[in-house]
Design a binder for this molecule. Structure first.
Ligand SMILES: C[S@@+](CC[C@H](N)C(=O)[O-])C[C@H]1O[C@@H](n2cnc3c(N)ncnc32)[C@H](O)[C@@H]1O
Length: 197
């Protein structure tokens, strides 16, 4: 069976690493929520060898993630754990970093709420929560390509859709996270960085 493959992951992994590396390379253990194919995980683990990279996703994606891990094994790359933002199955350990890409517009809003609240609860003080993906600002979705993407998402499933930055940031602030950066990324994406205070 071929490994699952995302061209977007190939395109965005280097610019994401550029932002994450200075922040994460001094971390011990990072939890990735919604690892998807596993491509980001193998790349970040290779490039930040001192960080234990914990992959996670819904059970149905584990086999694909595992294939990528087997193709690019690294001592700091951990096999996936099942983490469903709509279930109450959070690990009982703490992390000093959390990373999630392209998940907030896919999972239902309740999942986003849990991801931010529970994610913040799992972080040590001073730990960072990094969220990558397209965002809406000031009630406006820009540019047209993001509006088209949002329409396709909502057509696929009514619970999907590009989220509002201010709503996510409001959740984050209530959960004890302080926004440190909001990076503009290629292809009209953002990389939001919060620190637990
Ligand atoms: C578009 S993919 C992004 C995957 C990968 N992070 C990337 O950037 O390519 C969306 C991911 O969100 C995950 N996801 C959807 N609903 C979820 C939920 N309720 N809990 C956890 N992950 C979820 C999917 O399984 C999938 O891996």
């Amino acid at each position: 069976m071929n490994k699952p493959f995302s061209q977007a992951c190939e395109n965005n992994r280097a610019p994401i690493l550029q932002v994450l590396q200075p922040l994460f390379e001094s971390k011990t253990c990072v939890l990735e929520i919604g690892s998807g194919t596993g491509q980001h995980a193998v790349w970040f683990a290779q490039n930040m060898p001192s960080v234990s990279w914990q992959t996670s996703d819904l059970k149905q994606n584990h086999a694909g993630i595992q294939q990528w891990i087997e193709a690019f094994p690294a001592p700091n790359l951990l096999p996936p754990i099942t983490l469903d933002m709509l279930a109450n199955d959070w690990p009982e350990i703490v992390y000093d970093g959390i990373y999630s890409a392209n998940t907030a517009h896919i999972m239902p809003w309740d999942g986003v709420v849990n991801m931010v609240n529970q994610g913040a609860a799992l972080l040590v003080d001073g730990g960072h929560f990094c969220l990558y993906g397209p965002m809406q600002y000031n009630g406006q979705l820009e540019p047209q390509s993001n509006r088209d993407f949002d329409a396709r998402l909502r057509q696929q499933a009514s619970h999907q859709g590009i989220r509002d930055f201010y709503k996510i940031n409001h959740l984050a602030e209530k959960a004890g996270l302080q926004l440190q950066d909001d990076h503009a990324m290629p292809a009209n994406n953002r990389l939001l960085i919060w620190q637990k205070i």
